[in-house]
Write a protein that binds this ligand. Sequence first.
Ligand code: ADP
Ligand code: MG
Length: 422
Amino acid sequence: MGLCMGFFVNSGKQWGQFELFVNIWALKLIVRNYGYQDDIYDHIFLSLDIPLFRSSFNFFLYTELSRHFPFPLNTISRFQIPTTHTETHIARPPEFQIFRRKPIRAMISLQTIAKPSPIHFRPKKPFKRPPKTLTPIHSLLQYNRKPQLSGETPRVVVITSGKGGVGKTTTTANIGLSLARLGFSAVAIDADVGLRNLDLLLGLENRVNYTVVEVLNGDCRLDQALVRDKRWSNFELLCISKPRSKLPLGFGGKALIWLVEALKNREEGAPDFILIDCPAGIDAGFITAITPANEAVLVTTPDITSLRDADRVTGLLECDGIRDIKMIVNRVRTDMIKGEDMMSVLDVQEMLGLPLLGVIPEDTEVIRSTNRGYPLVLNKPPALAGLAFEQAAWRLVEQDSMKAVMMEEEPKKRGFFSFFGG
Ligand code: ADP
Ligand code: MG
């Protein structure tokens, strides 16, 4: 599904056919210039000046839009343009709704015809128009609603992939901070013991004084090992061990289960989400990381090596009793998909057969934010990949998934000057 941005502005009068077509034409232009992407985003962002809308107009708008862009009904939504001083852009808007007028009831009942009542002549009352109901408008204006948390808390989610370097740590950092921004408390555990780097990505490397190893040895309390993010205080990081230090011999799944239990029983209450950043591979570190999890996010890139590993990991997760597995397809490049040099998201989904949590485009901003230790989702204005991570976090909260849709591109029309080589 293409990422489309259409800005519909109502200039004070109700729209006629002409304005509508001009706007749809403008939307098409924006979409084309933006690089029409096959299956990246499932949302069309519209900014609508609603108070002047009529209910039938919404219906008309939808039918017109769907004629030009064949997306399913529930994918049209309202989006507030991010401004520099507000945080509103993090909220996913509600699904666009169509409001129909109520059917007009028959005014004459049969009883009146059978038994006519005596006619009274009353002075005519001045005709008053009934006040317009604003319910549909109100429901449209709830663009800033919070996602509804589904499932039992704390939700223990392991972020895994099999292959290394596909973006597990990037996903953990960005989804964790997105969750915090959406108002949920989250603890990210860096279970990649040998090559820990979640602290670097979050820019918290200087603040990790204690780790889980010290907690287990009884050298410190659990809340001393938890590093609270200064930007979003409901996000905390927990590292298993110091870099280049040896893990205690018995460290395994049981220790991690104990840790999750300890987080659940904290004085200040259990967090809503516990995210576990899993190491690459499928050996002991992997088994340890998945042990306490109830659900998994499988990160993959659209290449065969990563897909084969993802498939193997899916099998192992299912053996471990984790049934709720969703996937994130990372580093997607539409230009390569168009040139048939890269698998499309639809192909990936067909191969793995997992519900899709999000599609993250390849974005140079990701690398920049990695090196700055400033997660992408905090960027203003938001980068493409940042928006995609936010949408994925939203779906994670609501246990929702998205659909990958393949779109046929219209063949290019030859212009008048094509004859001269234009
Ligand atoms: P993993 O934890 O799976 O080993 P990382 O999250 O550390 O992978 O990511 C590996 C590298 O890939 C990082 O340098 C990161 O900047 C880069 N990367 C991840 N996702 C993207 C993306 N969508 N676009 C561009 N670079 C990315
Ligand atoms: Mg990693």
